[in-house]
Design a protein around this ligand. Structure first.
Ligand code: ZN
Length: 373
């Protein structure tokens, strides 16, 4: 990426020589492990958030990567740790700020939330005199986010669900859009994000920031980690911070609309699709039955789309969300064509198969009869 002058992404093109973060100065070519005092617990002990700053030998953009802003979404922590331990990047220029856990108190409790039951990711930019969540958000925002020129915030689906990896980004912000595209995710869900979310506040403050949504809580999933590390590498390569051309996805579709298919009855589900599957209008998503297998109904896709997320819990009550379907702006036909190319289909198929291992995905009843006859 090059400096395109004015606008929220202006800072990305700035050549930053001195970098002071959390009160510590990090010089060009240095790597430092630092910590940020974020709160004191009920015993009065200091709670600090560990992070690493890696600086290349030449000035350039400063990019933060943060995991577990929801404290139970450990795939992001796994991705950041993999960048640190397995795949450290050789920075040619610029700086990388790696934060394995953004919500350290939630993480300690293995919870999405903070001990005051608030959601840190609805509390940005926060303030110094507000709630615990607001104060922690304020510290994180001022000491790390605002010291950077761009960011990647790593998330997973809520408890009991999984997400096919997708980038969420405010595509109306040119630099955020460029980050989103350069990550290389086939699916980009457009939107500004919820009010109070880190990315919403960061973009509003002029720090282009994207979100990766991938996999489940309480897990570090190998294919999700590989996907996340590759995406971060793509962004850094796009910014000229590391060598190598970014990897190209088999397709890239912007999603402006999604719909949840909800259970019509309470019951036990048999799933017929997996995250990442393309579905046609009317295609069976899951069969709902009682515990002895008597069918109560079949949930179907209301229109064609891509399965973006799914419940991993086969037990439902009426109205509970079962399947999150994304409607690409150009329909699914171009995606189907792109996935027919064998080499390109590989990554998509591998991810689909991996995420499906945690779901019992079976053919719908009609197809089973057809196959048996
Ligand atoms: Zn999250």
């Amino acid at each position: 990426m090059s400096n395109e002058g004015d606008g929220p992404g202006e800072r990305l093109g700035r050549a930053r020589i001195g970098l002071e973060i959390a009160g510590r100065r990090v010089g060009l070519g240095e790597t430092r492990d630092l910590s940020l005092e974020i709160a004191r617990n009920a015993s009065g002990r200091s709670i600090s958030l560990p992070f690493r700053v890696c600086r290349g030998p030449a000035p350039g953009p400063t990019v933060f990567v943060v995991g577990a802003v929801h404290g139970d979404e450990l795939n992001g922590t796994g991705i950041v740790r993999s960048v640190m331990l397995d795949a450290p990047f050789t920075l040619r220029r610029g700086s990388l700020v790696l934060v394995p856990v953004g919500n350290i108190l939630g993480f300690e409790d293995r919870s999405r939330y903070l001990p005051d039951r608030r959601d840190l990711n609805r509390s940005f930019p926060g303030g110094p005199d507000g709630s615990l969540a607001g104060r922690m958000a304020h510290t994180l925002f001022h000491e790390i986010v605002l010291k950077c020129d761009a960011g990647i915030d790593l998330h997973s689906a809520a408890v009991g669900r999984t997400n096919y990896p997708n980038i969420r980004a405010d595509m109306s912000d040119p630099w955020t859009a460029r980050l989103a595209k350069s990550f290389g995710s086939p699916l980009i869900v457009t939107g500004t994000g919820p009010g109070g979310s880190l990315r919403h506040a960061a973009v509003a403050a002029g720090v282009p920031t994207i979100v990766l949504e991938a996999g489940e809580v309480w897990k570090v999933e190998p294919s999700v980690v590989a996907y996340g590390v590759q995406g971060i590498a793509n962004v850094l390569a796009g910014l000229g911070m590391i060598d190598g051309p970014p990897a190209t996805p088999p397709f890239q579709a912007e999603i402006t609309r999604t719909v949840w298919v909800r259970a019509a009855h309470g019951g036990f589900l048999r799933f017929h699709v997996a995250p990442g599957d393309l579905v046609e209008a009317g295609q069976p998503i899951a069969t709902n039955a009682d515990l002895l297998g008597h069918e109560l109904g079949v949930l179907v896709a209301p229109e064609e789309g891509v399965v973006l997320g799914m419940s991993t819990l086969p037990v439902v009550l009426p109205g509970e969300p079962v399947c999150h379907i994304a409607m690409p702006a150009g329909g699914i036909a171009p995606i189907r064509r792109a996935l027919r190319r064998p080499a390109d289909r590989h990554v998509h198929a591998r991810l689909r198969d991996h995420l499906a291992t945690n779901l019992a995905v079976t053919a719908p009843p009609e197809l089973e009869v057809a196959a048996a006859s």
